[in-house]
Design a protein around this ligand. Structure first.
Ligand SMILES: NC(=O)c1ccc[n+]([C@@H]2O[C@H](COP(=O)([O-])OP(=O)(O)OC[C@H]3O[C@@H](n4cnc5c(N)ncnc54)[C@H](O)[C@@H]3O)[C@@H](O)[C@H]2O)c1
Length: 519
């Protein structure tokens, strides 16, 4: 019997391959009875298993609610201890970063500065955030990192790939984000991280080119070389677990094609050098094949493809993306929910940015900009739901511009002009001028994603799910399973994240109902 995936859900569902062409799905219903069904392919068996698991969850939840209503009890999450559900974070965690540019170096230098006690992890939920447990009167608000077992900063080890040969000290100095005096104190450590040769093709990122690039006859050869790199890093660093975090440039816009639908077609496309396979997809494939979780900080499709979702589930390597939610979109996903909450209309939202770092230069190319534009534009439609509120949002004009302006370096300026209307249709305007630092906002996101993705892989309930939607909080364009629209509202995303942590630990979910205080 060959185990394809052992998705141990709460009810203990399981899918496995009995022999070639015969896949079995086992599941336990809400009464604890075991069922078994045979399928001819893995996808149908997995789909069946997920559906039955969801049904069992729903049936049990309904019963609990009925029971609670009868006995007058408050609904609690199913009684569960954390032991056996989340494995402890033992040993080193290896962080592998394709793209050792501004974001990657600000993150790695920041971790080292924090480890040395030179700075604080400001902006990081895993390091500074708390999670309220129980009632407001209980006074229980542990730090996130004390509540769930996360890897410690001292256990992080790093490697990366880049098309340029600069080590992390040189790359951080060139990026110009961090003060030279701080970088000098971190020099021996940062200089020791040198880039591995990248899988790169100028056709996907038109504005840059570099010498440190792998050679191979086919894209499959390149994938094999990346897999060798991953195995070598695991061995040489002594890491017990690995994570890949895409911090590479934004690639040209690509629509999913037949090549991205299944492992078979993707591997065929790799062997045939199909142009629909961008370099970032080759990193994603190599990581997932090695059972390594993958997060995508750029708006490229990369892991947002059926083949990657299948691979992620099969190899229990969680995935998430796309595009770090840092400056302007962070503000958008705070303001737009406020307008909708108060039923204020929106006639137009004009967003423009100037930035002068390499990311800005790459985005000056129309192909890369289109990828970014798609990611930034989706936000308002999803939050404001013009289909549900045609009078308020049916006619809004949304425009996003990014302009490369070298004098600003990494210090971006994002302007928003927002035209809203209120009672009786009277117009009003809001102007936002955010003078931010792109990589300073992105670095804590990278840290949290590394630690949470590693947590997900150590957690029996999350590791076989594929997409980790509870991490939408960190993304401009959050990935979801097909057919589900993403949640963009920052505070819904935060509630989802914290409730996921509470759920994993068998704590009561927080609904903010609060009637019990007035009984
Ligand atoms: N900083 C932010 O606020 C923010 C927010 C959202 C998304 N992002 C995205 O994060 C990514 C990194 O941003 P950045 O400011 O660090 O950019 P950057 O240009 O400083 O760094 C990107 C690095 O990736 C390298 N690279 C490109 N293709 C590669 C490949 N195939 N393999 C290995 N290396 C490759 C480049 O040589 C460069 O060093 C970009 O895609 C950007 O759009 C950044």
């Amino acid at each position: 019997m060959v185990a394809v995936a052992s998705h141990r859900h709460q009810e203990g569902a399981r899918m496995y391959q009995k022999r070639p062409g015969v896949f079995m799905a086992d599941w336990w219903d809400a009464d604890g009875r075991r069922h078994r069904k045979q399928f001819t392919n893995a996808a149908s068996a997995r789909e069946h298993e997920h559906r039955e698991t969801a049904l069992a969850h729903a049936e049990r939840a309904t019963r609990e609610m009925k029971l609670a209503a009868r006995t007058g009890a408050t609904k609690r999450s199913p009684a569960k201890t954390d032991t056996g559900t989340v494995q402890p974070a033992k040993g080193k965690l290896g962080v592998m970063i394709p793209g050792m540019g501004a974001v990657a170096t600000t993150f790695v230098a920041g971790v080292e500065a924090i480890r040395k006690g030179l700075a604080m992890p400001i902006g990081s939920l895993t390091q500074m955030g708390t999670v309220r447990l129980g009632k407001r009167t209980d006074g229980r608000s542990p730090k996130v990192k004390e509540f769930v077992p996360l890897a410690g900063l001292d256990d992080l080890v790093f490697t990366g790939w880049d098309i340029f040969e600069d080590n992390m000290f040189e790359a951080a100095s060139n990026a110009g984000v961090l003060d030279y005096r701080l970088l000098e104190q971190l020099k021996p450590f940062l200089s020791s991280i040198t880039p591995r040769a990248a899988v790169f093709d100028h056709n996907y990122v038109k504005k840059i080119d570099g010498p440190n690039v792998k050679k191979g006859k086919t894209k499959m050869d390149l994938a094999e070389q990346l897999r060798d790199d991953i195995r070598e890093f695991k061995k040489s660093s002594g890491a017990s677990r690995l994570i890949t975090m895409w911090c590479g440039s934004t690639e040209s816009y690509i629509e999913p094609t037949e090549a991205h639908q299944s492992l078979k077609s993707f591997e065929k496309a790799l062997r045939e050098n199909d142009e629909m396979i961008a370099p970032s997809m080759i990193y994603a494939y190599a990581s997932l094949m090695e059972g390594v979780p993958f997060a995508n900080g750029a708006p490229n499709l990369t892991v947002d493809l059926p083949v990657m979702l299948d691979l992620s589930r099969k190899n229990e390597a969680p995935i998430c993306g796309k595009d770090f939610k840092t400056g302007q979109t962070l503000m958008k996903t705070v303001l737009a929910p406020a307008f909708k909450a108060r039923l204020l209309g929106l006639s137009g939202w004009y967003s423009t940015n100037i930035l002068g770092n390499r990311d800005g230069e790459v985005l000056d190319d129309p192909g890369s900009f289109k990828t970014k534009e798609e990611s930034k534009l989706g936000v308002l439609e999803h939050i404001l739901q013009p289909g549900l509120y045609p009078e308020l949002y049916g006619n809004m004009f949304h425009k996003v511009r990014i302009n490369y302006y070298p004098p600003r370096g990494d210090n971006k300026e994002g302007w928003d002009n927002i035209d809203i209307f209120g009672w009786l249709g009277y117009p009003m305007q809001i102007k936002v001028d955010f003078l931010c630092r792109d990589s300073i906002l992105a670095a804590p996101i990278v840290l949290d994603l590394v630690l949470f993705l590693d947590l997900a892989q150590r957690c029996s309930e999350l590791r076989g799910l594929g997409i980790q939607e509870w991490l939408s909080f960190y993304f401009k364009s959050p990935m979801t399973v097909p057919g589900l629209y993403p949640e963009h509202d920052l505070f819904i995303q935060l509630m989802k994240l914290k409730n996921t942590l509470r759920h994993l630990k068998g704590e009561e979910l927080i609904t903010h109902l609060g009637l019990e205080y007035y009984d």
